[in-house]
Design a protein. Structure first.
Length: 148
């Protein structure tokens, strides 16, 4: 879940949560799963999370379950892109805590003979998403890093 706040390096521009954050109204973007696929486990996680939020807000009779993992506060969102076209191979997974300078993956020549770009974390944080297609264009989006 992404909670938008005013300031630079916002998560996603042009959304209702960004517009709300710009005028001081708390807003969230809730997502589960990946690759735009409807998967039963992701749907279940999403519904469970929404039920917990509603319970915490006192909007349902259900009790809020303990968090599955401790929340991490991320204040900046960095979009990492490829310098040139090539073959993207991530070395981390979404949700994994990473350190500044840690290798997140590589962009190589299509035959894999040459690493064209090692991709490292510009700040400590958590990959929010990682693109799933290995073929990337120049300036192609590789991952979104939520930074602390």
């Amino acid at each position: 879940m992404i909670r938008q706040e005013p300031g630079p390096d916002r998560a996603v521009g042009g959304t209702t949560s960004t517009a709300a954050a710009e005028i001081g109204i708390p807003a969230i973007i809730a997502e589960a799963g990946g690759c735009g696929l409807v998967e039963a486990a992701a749907v279940e996680a999403h519904v469970h999370g929404l039920d917990r939020v509603l319970a915490v807000l006192g909007m349902t009779d259900g009790a809020a379950a303990a968090p599955v993992m401790a929340p991490v506060r991320l204040g900046r969102f960095l979009w990492l892109r490829s310098v040139s076209e090539g073959w993207w191979e991530p070395a981390v997974r979404p949700g994994e805590q990473v350190a500044e300078g840690q290798e997140l993956g590589t962009v190589s020549s299509l035959d894999g003979a040459e690493v064209l770009q090692p991709v490292t974390a510009p700040a400590p944080g958590v990959p929010m998403f990682i693109t799933s297609s290995p073929a990337v264009a120049a300036d192609g989006l590789l991952l979104g890093l939520g930074a602390q």
